[in-house]
Design a protein around this ligand. Structure first.
Ligand code: F6R
Length: 601
């Protein structure tokens, strides 16, 4: 939530900052702003709205070789011009951008006001430039003043600051992501790599407590004790093209269409001679595991449900817990418990907190994430990557598919180690048919009737999604996708639950999407019960499934192993949501009130 960027080099920074902010807008789009340092003071431009609005408001282009920028998802105060970042001290000499939440800002602000500081915004962030300004009066230099300021803060932050008259960017992180990008002629700092991927793929993932000073020709990192540290330089294997919209109208459509490639990358090298292999998880890694707890939020929770069901059917004691409810809902934990954090971004605060709680209770942890160097990957005992490539659309699509496949493979890996587990009877067939999944997804994309269907139904009152077994998680995911981008009411249910209440809502104006994957007994019966009450039924299943004939409309998926069928059904539902949202003229990639990386609890 919130994206920050900083850039220092020898030539003008403005365009780089603006394009970087565009690539960070998935983190929030309530307001945007930049500040540059150009030898004649710190200049700030900011406004409510999106980066495009900021660009239009830049009548007189700002110029400066050093700058910082921000795109906001509001936490403290509404999305107004005043609350947009960067924020400055009273004299306007120090400008700061911030991602995170400062817990003690109320008391800091009261103290600063008593000492004569004037505030312009409702934000927690604004205390930071005032603190830096105040400490500069007594500290040896600005670096020490920044250190003192961050030591005063409680909460989470990634910050970047520029100061009038100084050819430097100062930055610090604690609990919010911050990556340093190294190019020949310039340095970057950002919340995420896509902000500068057009310029460099050489990165340093900063650690909590790190303080960075960038100068045009050098950078310096010190840890929380002020000791200089060398952090490893990584090379990111994402192509800049992966982060752009390409020929597509929306990132979401592009990301749906690139699922075959993403899935091929997910699978590559992980199935050999009928067995699953993860480099990071050699044979024997899970021998001591007795219970597996999956923790996740939103779409990742639905992928976790998928994985949990497979692991349970291999005879391993398994729970899946919504990360935000972990504290009270998780079962007992001991050192035989493995907690698996499923998180695309690796930065979701609820998920990170659940893992920390589980760790305190004695569990070991494994992160399943898309982002190398993310907090989840660094904090967990082990990490595996879903290799889906950058996902920019706020609605998760390709990452769900890659998560579900990674988790299906992981469950095989765990079951192979756990002495009491019984690997699935047909696991060999399942693994063999996985090789065809990317091609089957391609077929769905090429032959889908989703657009026509969306046209037929996009003015309905409500939309229900049902499924059982693996189809249940797909039904929940279908409903989540539909509501978040169309703003229409949509709910997902276990098919058998319809008759226990939701059936009261069913009318001829409420289409029911029924997902059938081939291992489901009840879905057809439950769909027919809804049909008898007048609801149009859309079957999402293979052609020869009995539900296809019984339903009013059919979205076809290729024949495959039941474990993968749900993922093909999900692609059909992604396309229905996309086309319905498009017909309703919704801002598909940036749905209202949401952000992709939810770094607040
Ligand atoms: C919905 C969506 C969210 C995320 C959730 C968890 O389309 O994207 O529900 O799945 O916020 O995010 P991660 O996976 O980054 O932990």
């Amino acid at each position: 939530m919130c994206g920050i960027i900083a850039r220092i080099g020898h030539d003008d920074a403005t365009e780089t900052l603006l394009s970087g902010l565009e690539n960070l807008e998935y983190r929030g789009y309530d307001s945007a702003g930049i500040a540059v340092q150009n030898g004649s003071g710190v200049k700030v431009r900011k406004c409510s709205g999106e980066v495009d609005d900021l660009k239009s408001s830049l009548e007189h282009q700002l110029h400066g070789n050093i700058g910082i920028g921000h795109t906001r998802w509001s936490t403290h105060g509404p999305p107004t011009d005043e609350n947009a970042h960067p924020h400055t001290d009273t004299a306007g000499d120090v400008a700061v951008v911030h991602n995170g939440v400062i817990d003690n800002y109320d008391e800091l602000r009261a103290e600063l006001c008593e000492r004569g500081h004037e505030f312009d915004s409702d934000t927690d962030t604004e205390v930071i430039p005032h603190l830096i300004d105040e400490y500069r009066a007594t500290a040896d230099d600005t670096e020490h003043a920044v250190r003192q300021a961050v030591e005063t803060l409680e909460g989470s932050y990634a910050i970047a600051a520029i100061v009038d008259g100084e050819e430097r960017v100062y930055a610090a992180r604690n609990g919010s992501p911050l990556v340093l990008g190294l190019d020949d002629e310039e340095w970057f700092l950002a919340s995420d790599v896509p902000a500068f991927l057009d310029y460099t793929d050489e990165v340093i993932y900063l650690e909590d407590g790190d303080l960075v000073v960038l100068e045009p020709d050098s950078y310096r990192i010190t840890d929380a004790d002020g000791t200089p540290v060398d952090r490893p330089v990584d090379t990111v294997d994402w192509d800049p093209e992966d982060a752009g919209k390409g020929e597509y109208d929306h990132y979401m459509l592009k990301e749906i269409h690139t699922q075959p490639t993403a899935l091929s990358n997910t699978i590559e090298g992980r199935v050999e001679d009928g067995a699953v292999a993860f480099d990071a998880l050699p044979s024997g890694t899970f021998t001591d595991v007795e219970t597996v707890q999956f923790v996740a939020c939103g779409t990742s929770y639905h992928a976790a449900m998928y994985g949990a069901q497979l692991l349970r059917s291999a005879g391993v004691r398994t729970e899946v817990v919504r990360a935000s409810e972990y504290e009270t809902m998780a079962g007992p934990v001991d050192d035989d418990t493995l907690v698996v954090a499923v998180t695309q971004s690796g930065e979701t605060a609820d998920t990170l907190q659940a893992v920390r709680t589980a760790t305190e209770r004695g569990a070991r942890s494994l992160a399943v994430t898309n982002v190398v160097g993310s907090t989840a990957a660094r904090e967990a005992d082990d990490a595996i990557y879903i290799r889906a490539g950058p996902e920019v659309g706020v609605a998760a699509t390709k990452t769900f598919s890659s998560q579900a496949v990674t988790l299906a493979l992981l469950t095989q890996r765990i079951a192979a180690d756990v002495p009491t587990a019984t690997p699935l009877a047909d696991s060999e067939t399942m693994l063999e048919s996985l090789a065809d999944l990317p091609e089957h997804v391609e077929t769905v994309i090429e032959t889908t009737d989703a657009e026509a269907l969306a046209r037929e139904f996009h003015n309905s009152d409500s939309y229900f999604f049902i499924g059982n077994g693996l189809g249940h998680s797909v039904a929940l995911e279908g409903a989540l996708k539909f509501k978040e981008i169309t703003y229409e009411h949509a709910e997902g249910f276990a098919a058998g639950e319809l008759k226990h209440g939701p059936l009261a809502l069913v009318t001829p104006e409420t289409p029911v999407f029924a997902v059938a994957t081939g291992d489901d007994g009840k879905t057809k019966t439950n769909a027919i019960e809804a049909q008898a009450r007048g609801a149009p039924i859309v079957a999402v299943c293979p052609d020869d499934h009995p539900l296809a004939d019984a339903a009013d409309t059919h979205l076809s998926i290729p024949e495959t192993h039941p474990v993968w069928a749900g993922l093909l059904a999900n692609v059909q539902l992604q396309l229905v949501s996309y086309h319905a949202a498009d017909l309703l003229d919704r801002p598909i990639d940036k749905p209202r009130n949401l952000a992709k990386s939810v770094t607040v609890e």
